[in-house]
Design a protein around this ligand. Structure first.
Ligand code: SAH
Length: 513
């Protein structure tokens, strides 16, 4: 049967796609149905037809799946931020566990038995709502010209009014209302993307879940805000319910503006001006204190991050003697957690500001056995390796290792390398250098199990064995999931390589003296 756009078909949803969409077949024709839940029978309207498959939207749920739940947010279909909010949380976790497993098998080429043997059950959230400590709300006008704040309707820049995102901190609503009141009472305009005029573009809110400190930063199309003392008054008048996890009242600790006059989708401007309080908030993660300024990167789900880092630390298996590299280290959170249990940690990160923050965080926490390098992992690591090889390969490294001594003193052979790359995964050159450096263990923290699987294949082909895999859900309601893996150097392979190098030593007597 030939289908065409706008046809309505009845389809049973049998699977879930990568973006959370339901997958079902009608007369052998596969349909990817947005917002359908596995187990649903739906009437779907076809939106796009290809030869063997098509895309569709739910018109009507005929028989709801037993996994279907009442979504908390009435805007979830328009927003697109929570692709699977209508799926029960227990089923979301199964979906994420399967996603990791399937990618490791299909892309990584691992045997299913191997994955079943090494994979531990996913770590879920106790409360999959209101878990985000950071939110950026666009400010603008609705069709009637009313001042609003909310979110962009999926893939557009039309703002839909909603101050009550189910994933964000509950305090956001009161703060956004105070900002809107200030704007209305003082005739402060919102930015219009189409013309480039108007003032307020976004409101950034960050909450220290532990400390109770809250930061509000208005992104402004200009250098200042009129009657800013009114904004401060409105914000400071808010009485928040509850306390931070440390027992202190939730309170505003920082009010600032960020100037962004560019016609761009980048939200934050580079220049920050403090209007009231400190320029940053502090929060505690894994017993360490971090200062977070409006521009710094900080994990958005602190509770699950502690579990994620705890797992990374367990997989690193540190005794206090180890040399550890933490590649893609951000503001040094993993580096500093590891430093308490290692001899020396080296962190590498491409964003200069993050490296500055990392060094400051080390100082504030009085951690001295860390060093941070600014640059790309795929450049810093090979350069370090080349340099260290020239300096130490013969004199120290090889001699020590031959005697089976002092590995941990040997910079060429770190005991553990931790990587936590962005979605695109590790660069080939980085993986290649990691293999050359032959750490005992590699801990891979990943936010995309497809690129993780691709990289694990390279590492396992290069002499490592996948020993442990575990998902950690940081993003309930969405299709995203973090994964932590432990890889251990294959001893057989290690021997082969050592032999190979010794032959080289004999062959190349001139170089090695
Ligand atoms: N481990 C940190 C940050 C992880 S996010 C944490 O848990 O908080 C990934 C980080 O990799 C980001 O900070 C990003 O700026 C950095 N990054 C991206 N590409 C990089 C590269 N090629 N080399 C080094 N760092 C990179």
């Amino acid at each position: 049967m030939e289908y065409k756009k706008n046809d309505i078909v009845t389809v049973t949803i049998e699977d879930i796609g990568n973006d959370g969409e339901g997958i079902g077949k009608t007369d052998g024709y596969t349909l990817f149905v947005k917002d359908a839940i596995i187990g649903d029978v739906v009437e779907a309207r076809i939106t796009k037809c290809k030869k063997n498959y098509g895309y569709a939207r739910v018109e009507k749920v005929v028989t709801p799946s037993s996994f279907r739940v009442e979504p908390k947010c009435s805007f979830h279909r328009q927003c697109g931020g929570c692709q699977i909010q209508a799926m029960s949380y227990a089923r979301q976790l199964i979906y994420k566990q399967d996603k990791i497993r399937n990618n490791l098998v299909r892309i990584g080429g691992f045997a299913t038995e191997k994955i079943d043997e090494v994979m531990e059950p996913i770590v879920g959230m106790e409360e999959p709502w209101h878990y985000r400590n950071k939110a950026q709300f666009p400010v603008g006008y609705d069709r009637q010209g009313n001042l609003i704040t909310g979110f962009y309707a999926g893939r557009t820049h039309d703002i839909i009014a909603n101050t009550d995102c189910a994933l964000g901190a509950p305090e956001n609503k009161l703060i956004l209302e105070a900002v809107l009141t200030y704007m209305k009472e003082n005739n402060v305009t919102a930015y219009r993307e189409s013309t480039g005029d108007g003032l307020v573009r976004h409101v950034l809110i960050r909450t220290g879940f532990w400390s109770g400190e809250i930061m509000v930063c208005l992104v402004v199309n200009g250098g200042k805000l009129p009657a800013s003392e009114r904004l401060i008054e409105n914000l400071l008048a808010i009485r928040f319910d509850g306390t931070g996890e440390n027992g202190q009242d939730k309170r505003i600790a920082s009010i600032s503006i960020s100037t962004n006059t560019e016609k761009t989708n980048v939200i934050m401007g580079k220049e920050i001006r403090v209007l009231w309080g400190k320029g940053y908030i502090q929060d505690t993660l894994c017993g360490l204190t971090f200062s977070i300024s409006p521009l710094s990167f900080y994990q958005v789900n602190p509770r699950q991050t502690e579990k994620l880092y705890g797992l990374a630390l367990a997989y690193a298996d540190l005794t206090g003697k180890e040399t550890v590299w933490d590649l893609y280290c951000g503001i040094g959170t993993i580096s500093l957690c590891m430093a308490k249990k290692a001899r020396q940690v080296y962190g590498v990160e491409v964003v200069a500001q993050a490296i500055e923050d990392a060094r400051e965080n080390a100082r504030v926490n009085q951690i001295e056995n860390v060093e941070f390098y600014e640059g790309k992992a795929e450049e810093v690591l090979p350069a370090f390796y080349e340099k260290a090889s020239r300096e130490e390969w013969m004199e120290e490294g090889l001699a020590l290792e031959k005697r089976g001594e002092g590995r941990s003193e040997n910079k060429l052979h770190p005991d553990v390398i931790v990587v936590d790359p962005p979605r695109k995964g590790c660069d080939e050159k980085c993986l290649e250098t990691m293999l050359k450096m032959r750490p005992e263990r590699i801990v891979y923290v990943s936010c995309d199990s497809a690129t993780l699987a691709r990289d694990l294949k390279v590492l396992c082909d290069g002499g490592y064995e996948l020993r442990k895999v575990r998902g950690v859900d940081q993003f309930g309601g969405t299709v995203h999931v973090e994964t932590v893996c432990q890889l251990v150097r294959n001893k057989q392979e290690h021997k082969k390589r050592i032999n190979y190098r010794e032959e080289e030593v004999e062959d190349c007597g001139c170089i090695y003296g």
